[in-house]
Design a protein around this ligand. Structure first.
Ligand SMILES: Nc1ncnc2c1ncn2[C@@H]1O[C@H](COP(=O)(O)OP(=O)(O)OP(=O)(O)O)[C@@H](O)[C@H]1O
Ligand SMILES: [Mg+2]
Length: 451
């Protein structure tokens, strides 16, 4: 045992002499497995956690390039070193283009071999380390990124800590901008899966055919345009978490497929019959009322219950207004840090207005954007109530309007305001508005004729 490392190297060569000499050189430092044919190599590769493959370009039963492709298909992170004679160098160069790490030419020295293996292993561990560090950064600020003192938020933080230990599905519901994605990341970052990937699937943005290939991946030739094998998000997320954002927008057919994966924990790449294991935790989010969508047959009830094992409702900001001053402080500090400029402050009056008089239909995201805008445009280090945009309470009402309704509402209000400034003189108002008097008359009569 002693200094023996845990990395595993697969040596594939049809010449016994070559296999033996690799084994001699490497066996003290690494775990070695040997194969003399392509098919044997593939079987061993699938059965063992191989880090590096030393691959002879010419094998009796299979071309080295073909084999390289199969290895990469099974595990895209494996590093393959081609072993070649001088006359096959052209093929070796092609292999590098198809993803081989390096080639070494026969005859080679022991140092050649050891150093190329060393470098390939370093590359592998660097890639893993970067992923790990990236995650560490997230983990170190468990809830620091999520501000909240309101009891409703405290309750959610406690709940996150508890359910992070499980692998059960989570359904996060809440209005847009309330922090659903932050909640999902916090669960992942506190879970035993934290050093594995957190993969976001945005269900709203993707049509079903694309979605299938994104989730499941595909084998070369699975459909027109599938020029190479690609792993899907389920495979990328292996041992980690998949975040299904805007799950309500998912096509109903796709919902059925998702349900099956959650139940069976198995799936196949498109164009492949090989069954793959899905060791992932699903966290879904929606800003729509899923119960209503179920009644309208737009969301599968069985999927809802599968997802809703651990339900989380993130309250809108207007229901936790105590957090507004805290969030204002949080984002001013954050922007000061990001820009390297002096931290600005909100006057007491401004804080009061933003807390008491405004309903925040866009929730935390709206508050964050407002802070960024105010910090940028306000010259004074103190942001006062006069600097705030007019935040009428009307904003709370228009949340549920379509764009057309909203435009009409604005138009009616604006016409009324202009009419007021010109003392109700319709000709003058029409001139100011840049429209014909008849148009104005028809617009102002509209509500009348309806009533
Ligand atoms: N409690 C919080 N503390 C600090 N920042 C927050 C908090 N909640 C939300 N944010 C910030 O507000 C923004 C919106 O949050 P997030 O993207 O998680 O919202 P969402 O609920 O997923 O919205 P949508 O439904 O529109 O996707 C993000 O920049 C996030 O960092
Ligand atoms: Mg979101």
């Amino acid at each position: 045992m002693g200094s023996k490392r845990s990395e595993m190297i697969l040596v594939v060569d049809d010449e016994l002499g070559i296999r033996q000499s690799f084994n001699m050189i490497l066996k003290d430092d690494y775990k070695i497995i040997l194969a003399s044919t392509g098919n044997e190599a593939l079987e061993l590769f699938k059965a063992n956690p191989v880090d590096i493959v030393l691959l002879d370009i010419l094998l009796p039963d299979m071309g080295g390039l073909e084999l390289l492709e199969k290895f990469k298909e099974t595990d895209p992170t494996v590093e393959v070193i081609m072993v070649t004679a001088v006359k096959e160098v052209a093929i070796a160069v092609k292999a590098i283009k198809s993803g081989a790490y390096e080639y070494i030419m026969k005859p080679f020295t022991i140092d050649d071999i050891l150093s190329v293996i060393q470098r390939a292993l370093e590359k592998r561990s660097l890639i893993k380390e970067v992923a790990y560090l990236r995650n560490e950064l997230e983990v170190r600020r468990p809830f620091e990124m999520m501000v909240g003192e309101d009891p409703k938020m405290r309750e959610i933080f406690d709940y996150i800590t508890i359910i992070a230990q499980s692998s059960g599905t989570v359904l996060i519901q809440g209005e847009s901008g309330t922090g659903k994605e932050l909640v999902a990341r916090a669960i992942h970052n506190r879970s035993p899966r934290k050093s594995e990937p957190f993969i976001v699937m945005n269900c709203a943005a993707i049509p079903i055919t694309l979605m299938e290939s994104e989730i499941f991946g595909y084998n070369k030739g699975a459909f027109t345009g599938a020029f190479s094998t690609r792993i899907g998000k389920l495979e990328m997320a292996n041992k980690g978490t998949v975040f299904l954002d805007d799950v309500d927008s998912m096509d109903v057919k796709m919902q059925g497929k998702l349900l099956r994966i959650i139940q069976d924990k198995e799936f196949e790449r498109l164009g492949s019959s090989k069954v793959l294991k899905a060791d992932v935790r699903f966290i879904a989010a929606s800003n729509k009322d899923l119960k209503t969508l179920i009644e309208q047959s737009e969301f599968r009830e069985d999927l809802f219950y599968r997802l809703n094992v651990f339900p989380i409702k993130v309250p809108p900001l207007r229901e936790r207004k105590k957090d507004v001053p805290l969030l204002l402080e949080h984002f001013t500090a954050l922007y000061a840090k990001q820009t390297g400029k002096e931290k600005k402050q909100f006057s007491e009056d401004a804080v009061r207005m933003l807390t008491v008089e405004y309903e925040w239909p866009g929730n935390v995201r709206e508050l964050q954007n407002l802070v960024e805008r105010l910090i940028t445009i306000t010259k004074d280090p103190v942001i006062r109530s006069k600097d705030l945009p007019s935040v009428g309470p009307r904003k709370a009402e228009i949340r549920d309007m379509t764009l057309k309704e909203a435009v009409n509402t604005f138009e009616r209000q604006y016409i009324a305001d202009v009419l007021e400034t010109v003392g109700g003189n319709k000709s003058k108002a029409a001139e100011k508005l840049g429209i014909h008097r008849n148009t104005l008359l028809s617009k102002t009569n509209e509500p009348d004729s309806n009533s």
